[in-house]
Design a protein around this ligand. Structure first.
Ligand SMILES: [Ca+2]
Length: 211
């Protein structure tokens, strides 16, 4: 087993060979420990560019494409299991089992330690992932950010705090309008995304011509 231990209050690590294809039959383990035992570990920017949408304004058809994901595992076959504490593989401590390319904005432990286990099968790989981590205050879900072209109401990230979102004019909100920091230190959903509303832009231009 490939075993790595990170003891830092912030840092970055990647799956083997990132951004090239990871190996088949890989078993990799990371344990992250907050230096301050009164703090907890947070993973963030698992897919840092996924909220940046390329908007081709002026094309005949409205087209929005996400930038390439920074997280991709062969869906259903290769997994990254994330657990709370330092007991690697303990099923009672599992926080998330990630596969494919849809992942939470943030994953926060309840304790000062967090473990990660990458497991891949015998065939078909992908780019894997790049993960940032840092330590944050206890009973917090961490700052999930603000959607590009969006507006956020609320600036508390502690348990039971609520964040509300809306999009700038001309953009449509896709996802949840509000999220809550749950007692398990995880946000109830990812922050929404704001995509260009071409019909609205077209209508606006048309109205200007009519004035
Ligand atoms: Ca595979």
């Amino acid at each position: 087993m490939n075993y790595k231990l990170n003891i830092l209050f912030f840092g970055t690590f990647t799956s083997p060979n990132f951004p090239f294809q990871y190996d088949s039959n890989a078993q990799c383990v990371w344990v992250i420990s907050a230096i301050n035992p009164n703090k907890v570990s947070m993973l963030h920017n698992l897919q840092s560019d996924s909220h940046c949408w390329l908007c081709h304004i002026g094309s005949s058809r409205g087209l929005c494409l996400p930038y390439p994901f920074k997280f991709d595992l062969e869906i259903g076959y290769d997994t990254l299991t994330i657990g709370d504490g330092g007991e690697v593989g303990d099923p009672k401590t599992v926080l998330q089992v990630l596969t494919g390319s849809f992942v939470p904005d943030l994953i926060v432990s309840m304790n000062s330690q967090m473990w990660l286990h990458l497991q891949t099968d015998e065939s078909v790989g992908s780019i894997g992932f790049k993960v940032n981590y840092k330590e944050i205050e206890k009973e917090s879900c961490g700052d999930p950010g603000t959607p590009l072209y969006g507006i956020r109401e609320g600036d508390g990230f502690s348990n039971r705090d609520i964040l509300r979102f809306e999009c700038q004019f001309g953009f449509e909100l896709i996802g949840e309008k509000s999220i809550v920091c749950q007692e398990n230190n995880q946000w109830s959903a990812n922050i929404p995304i704001c995509i260009c509303e071409y019909q609205m832009l077209f209508l606006m231009q048309h109205m200007l011509h009519c004035l």
